[in-house]
Write a protein that binds this ligand. Structure first.
Ligand code: PDD
Length: 298
């Protein structure tokens, strides 16, 4: 099955086949909107409030008003899972655009935002999280407001495809040698027992899983340092990993030609993965670290 049949649109629930947006639509024509991808485990949202908060921050930044409070929107999103009897692992994609209007760069007046959300099954990629992934490095050619989860993903799409062409999973982007983030995930370097990652500026998306990782690191007494590392630091990294709602915490075992940690996920990455599983109340998969229960993480 791909998408669950019942879709949230303009505050109501409809069958996915009955949706039709006009082609003069701000999201379609200008990328004039924002989105979220929220993880669902066994029919329950993970890091739900973090995603809702970021959605509202993105909306405020691009001056789109919607007729719901955060609480109203959260209610609708919870209802979406119920309407679909969703009890599996999956994800919800939600999108808000400035609405449907004749094509004109100026904001249209008195036009409602287009809002929709749908759920789909998405199994955890345990194999990938166990073994790790290969990545490439690329210049970050994106704009100056990467903290907004904008629909304009062309540079991200180009970067991700470049990674694929090179037999890699992700592209690690950098501005003048300073690593920002991957094309659809945040990236981290571990050196001498400390985790380094780009500070939460406008240069990166402030990931929801990143918030969780910072919390796990504090719980594990691992320093979490918001300081960008350089592409040149990568060859000497002890460990590297990336995070996103769909990839959780995934080890990086190769960057361009540099093999990280002999091509094996490191202990800090493993501990964070275990903390994630405990926090999300999902299956542990790592045999080489002590299994944490959700209690031990409270
Ligand atoms: N991507 N950075 C970028 C550029 C992203 O697109 C994402 C998420 C992240 C990680 O954010 P979070 O931890 O909140 O998922 C970082 C989603 C999954 C996507 O576009 O599909």
């Amino acid at each position: 099955m791909s998408v669950y049949p019942i879709v949230l649109t303009q505050g109501t629930f409809k069958h996915r086949d009955s949706l039709n947006f006009p082609f003069e639509e701000r999201g379609l024509q200008f990328g004039d909107g924002v989105y979220e991808v929220i993880r669902v485990y066994q029919g329950k949202y993970y890091l739900f409030n973090e995603h809702i908060d970021r959605l509202y921050r993105s909306l405020e930044e691009i001056k789109i008003a919607i007729p719901y409070t955060k609480e109203d929107f959260a209610e609708l999103l919870l209802e979406l899972l119920k309407k679909n009897d969703m009890d599996t692992d999956g994800k919800v994609y939600l999108q808000v655009t400035r609405g449907s209007a004749p094509r004109d760069h100026y904001f249209p007046e008195n036009v409602d935002a287009n809002i929709y959300a749908y759920a789909e099954p998405a199994a955890r990629n345990i194999e990938m999280m166990k073994t790790g992934v290969h990545t490439i490095t690329l210049p970050d050619i994106r704009w100056s407001y990467c903290h907004i989860k904008s629909l304009n993903l062309l540079p991200n799409v180009m970067a991700k495809q470049e990674a694929k062409i090179n037999g890699s999973f992700e592209a690690i982007q950098h501005k003048d040698g300073l690593v920002t983030e991957c094309s659809s995930s945040n990236v981290y370097l571990v050196k001498n027992g400390k985790i380094y990652t780009h500070p939460k500026t406008n240069g990166i998306l402030h990931g929801c899983v990143r918030i969780a990782v910072e919390k796990f690191a504090a719980g594990l007494n691992i320093p979490f340092i918001e300081e960008a590392f350089r592409v040149d630091d990568i060859a000497g990294a002890d460990e590297m990993f990336l995070t996103s709602s769909t990839t959780e915490i995934t080890p990086i075992i190769k960057v361009d030609q540099d093999v990280i940690h002999d091509g094996k996920p490191g202990q800090i990455t493993r501990k964070l993965q275990a903390a994630y599983a405990a926090d999300a109340n999902i299956a542990q998969f790592s045999e080489d670290v002590p299994v944490l229960t959700s209690k031990s993480n409270e």
